[in-house]
Design a binder for this molecule. Structure first.
Ligand SMILES: NC(=O)CC[C@H](N)C(=O)O
Length: 224
């Protein structure tokens, strides 16, 4: 399985994601600089990792969304390729309009960095197939701008079309409907604020994220 991990100026979870994919599913994970114009042709999954792209200036992810590589990422997504945006990657996906909504400053206006209970609302996705439906997993969060926001009508449509995949058990940031992760309508683009790559080994304090990566590997194998 080939994973292309895009590095933007200010990304800081890129190596964690690479390590998680290598550890959990022996994937071939390649770093791609944001200024590149194309993705490796054998890419199975694109990851936009967490961090502080462009120092979070303007809005989190706003400048990264205009990077040269993002045109190829959008085309890859249009062809049905799997795209995952974690935390700052989720910001970038909303700014690039590959996912609906926006992520506003946390209700507390504080940066929150801690473990968090997350409910897996759907397990019929490429990202969650090894979890039980409604299972509670512990994924850490580490963000300042994590309040998921969408206007009322679009939020109703998002819920009705089953695009909410992860929900906070305790809603630490005031997200509407406690939404922690969503997909696009087609189900191949995922954005989530929690960090599964930070819980893939007991030394990291948990292994709740292992099935996220293993599930993706299984999905890709079965699709070939
Ligand atoms: N861990 C992250 O990706 C953080 C995202 C962003 N810099 C924020 O603070 O909200």
């Amino acid at each position: 399985m080939k994973v292309s991990i895009v590095i933007f100026p200010g990304s800081n979870c890129d190596r964690d994601v690479k390590w998680a994919f290598e550890l959990c599913c022996n994937a071939d994970a390649e770093m791609i600089w944001h200024a590149e114009k194309s993705l490796p042709s054998d890419t199975d999954i694109v990851v936009l990792p967490g961090g502080f792209s462009y120092g979070d200036y303007l809005r989190c992810g706003a400048m990264a969304a205009k990077s040269p590589i993002m045109k190829s990422v959008a085309e890859f997504a249009q062809r049905g390729g799997l795209v995952i945006g974690i935390c700052n990657g989720f910001h970038i996906l909303t700014e690039a309009k590959l996912l609906p909504g926006a992520l506003l400053p946390n209700a507390s206006t504080k940066f929150i960095c801690r473990s968090c209970q997350i409910k897996v609302e759907r397990n019929d996705t490429p990202f969650t197939q090894l979890y039980e439906k409604n299972e509670i997993v512990n994924f850490p969060i580490a963000h300042h701008d994590g309040l998921f926001y969408l206007d009322d009508d679009s939020l109703t449509k998002l819920e009705e079309s089953g695009c909410v995949v992860f929900r906070y058990a305790d809603n630490p940031n005031g997200s509407l409907k406690a939404i922690a992760g969503i997909t696009n309508k087609e189900g191949n683009v995922l954005g989530l604020m929690p960090h599964p790559e930070r819980v893939v080994h007991p030394l990291l304090g948990g292994e709740g994220g292992v099935r996220f990566f293993k599930g993706l590997s299984k999905w890709v194998k079965e699709m070939r």
